[in-house]
Ligand binder design. Structure first.
Ligand SMILES: Cc1cc2nc3c(=O)[nH]c(=O)nc-3n(C[C@H](O)[C@H](O)[C@H](O)COP(=O)(O)O)c2cc1C
Length: 140
């Protein structure tokens, strides 16, 4: 099984998640409408970075993932080119969720930085990454 979930404040992660889910022939789910107990297999988590942090709602969702047989793949949307997602990685570790080393960072506009991003090409790159990663792990 493969799942794509997202959390968004300004809509970018929703668009990226939709492109990723479409490429994997599944539906992207907002964490607000997703029961962690329904998840298993490869789990793409698409989310933004705010003041170098992950939204508390997503960290709380990851807490509730504890015990689920899922392997997480992180797709981050942010203005900076690089992000470590220390808080998110730590929350996954505390929940006992395995995380793949492959991650993807997709540019996202904020104020006058990275205007127009994520654009169509960004979303396509995220989708290609997801398909490659899923294939590598025997799915899709
Ligand atoms: C309040 C706020 C704080 C942000 N802080 C950062 C930051 O520290 N580093 C960064 O790279 N991007 C930062 N950004 C940019 C967001 O990560 C970027 O716009 C991302 O695409 C947002 O995803 P979303 O639309 O799914 O919420 C910030 C955006 C907002 C709104």
């Amino acid at each position: 099984m493969v799942h794509v979930i997202y959390h968004t404040k300004t809509g970018h992660s929703r668009k990226i998640a939709a492109a990723v889910a479409d490429a994997l022939s599944v539906l992207a789910k907002d964490i607000k409408d997703c029961d962690p107990a329904s998840l298993e297999g490869l789990l793409f988590i698409v989310s933004g970075v705010y003041a170098d942090k992950t939204a508390p709602e997503l960290l709380d969702f990851v807490k509730r993932l504890a015990g689920r047989p899922v392997t997480a793949v992180l797709i981050s949307s942010c203005t900076a080119g690089l992000t470590e997602r220390k808080d998110l990685v730590n929350a996954l570790r505390l929940s006992g969720i395995r995380m793949l080393p492959e991650t993807f960072v997709c540019p996202g506009s904020f104020l006058f930085f990275r205007l127009g991003r994520p654009n169509l090409a960004d979303r396509q790159r995220a989708a290609d990454f997801a398909v490659r990663t899923a294939r590598l792990h025997g799915i899709a």
